[in-house]
Design a protein around this ligand. Structure first.
Ligand SMILES: Nc1ncnc2c1ncn2[C@@H]1O[C@H](COP(=O)(O)OP(=O)(O)OP(=O)(O)O)[C@@H](O)[C@H]1O
Ligand SMILES: [Mg+2]
Length: 341
């Protein structure tokens, strides 16, 4: 694979979570296969992938609800397979919030502190501090059913953070909210995460969310990690066709390799020669291949001369014929601001 972003080495004591060759089988279903990655402390990682790709299974193993059938997970350098969930110092917010409806917001937030036997005299001040952090200062005495969906969500975040966990796990906690509230909450999560510096693993279907709020993304398919990269890396240098297709809008062009020279590859496609960047090491002259082109990489002008200086220049009318009338996705789908930086 040729990736624009080489993995930076991070010293071991700065790694919050290390997943090594982790697999999970449920009978015949191989839900996660040989997953490996390191997550540095304080980073916000988002796991993306289609339904059934193994995201929740991976998160549940990190949380300690399920033991991997192979491999090992390390938190702050320690193997955790023998450590039960409540001793892992992990805060969690799942889609089903599991707040206690008969308790007030403050009682919900106080719950993990009481469970962990914190000094009772310090609890009210901590609870108020975390309610303020999620912008619910003064709402402590409200019962859960007297709060809106977004406010309940924030109580759940305060409850997950109040005992100052090493790690925060989020499994689509925003999926039930309407789009506007979801977008606000995404930014809110990021603000709080940065303020506290808590290492976070977030699972979502929403690729826009992943690209905007994350330091790193993992794309999964069929239980396999397809790529781990910074959002801009996954967008601009997808590791394979699955990632290219899954993130953003991509046009694929089928062709045949003419030559490969280091990372650059010449391809013959529809009677024209295109040049591009090689991904994967299976490219050799004469082999069939696919090219991925992002919509915003395509420039259209009335005449090819206007595009002087650009590689892969082609006359429009012939180009359209060459592509045999197949609809190519030219609609505007610029990557979110953070992915273009
Ligand atoms: N307890 C279980 N028993 C058997 N199979 C399971 C179990 N949990 C998950 N699976 C299977 O493992 C695969 C991965 O499931 P998982 O819940 O991790 O997917 P996901 O990526 O979180 O999907 P979604 O986006 O729909 O939440 C699926 O095929 C699922 O049916
Ligand atoms: Mg899931």
């Amino acid at each position: 694979m040729v990736s624009a972003l080489a993995e930076n080495r991070v010293p071991a004591d700065l790694i919050a979570v290390s997943v090594k060759d982790v697999g999970m089988r449920f009978g015949d279903v191989h839900a996660v296969r040989s997953a490996s990655f390191d997550l540095p402390k304080g980073k916000f990682l988002t796991i993306l992938g289609p339904s059934g790709s193994g995201k929740t299974t991976l998160l549940r193993m990190i949380a300690g609800f399920d033991a991997p059938t192979s491999g090992e997970i390390y938190i702050s350098g320690q193997p955790v397979s023998a450590v039960p969930p409540h001793l892992r110092a992990i805060g969690m917010v799942f889609q089903k919030l599991a707040l206690f409806p008969h308790m007030t917001a403050a009682e919900n937030v106080a719950f993990p502190l009481k469970m962990r036997r914190h000094d009772a005299r310090t609890i009210p001040a901590k609870v108020e501090r975390y309610l303020e952090l999620v912008r619910l200062g003064g709402y402590g005495s409200r019962r859960i059913n007297e709060l809106s969906g977004g406010q309940q969500q924030r109580v759940a975040i305060a409850r997950a953070l109040v005992f100052e966990p090493d790690l925060l796990l989020l499994d689509e906690p925003l999926a039930a909210l309407d789009r506007k509230l979801r977008e606000e909450m995404q930014l809110e999560f990021r603000r709080i995460q940065k303020e506290l510096g808590v290492t976070t693993i977030n699972v979502t279907h929403d690729q826009r969310e992943a690209l905007v709020v994350s330091d790193e993304v993992i794309v999964m398919d069929g239980g396999v990690i397809q790529q781990k990269a910074a959002p801009v890396g996954a967008y601009r240098s997808p590791a394979n066709a699955f990632v290219a297709n899954f993130i953003g809008v991509t046009n694929f062009i089928e062709g045949k390799v003419v030559s490969v020279s280091g990372p650059s590859v010449q391809v013959e496609a529809h009677g024209r020669t295109l040049s591009g960047v090689a991904v994967g090491d299976a490219l050799a002259a004469g082999r069939p291949c696919s090219g991925a082109i992002r919509a915003e990489q395509i420039r259209i002008a009335a005449s090819a001369d206007t595009l002087s200086g650009l590689e892969n220049r082609h006359g429009w009318h012939r180009h359209r014929c060459d592509l045999r009338g197949r609809a190519h996705r030219l609609r505007d789908q610029s990557p979110p601001a953070s992915a273009t930086r």
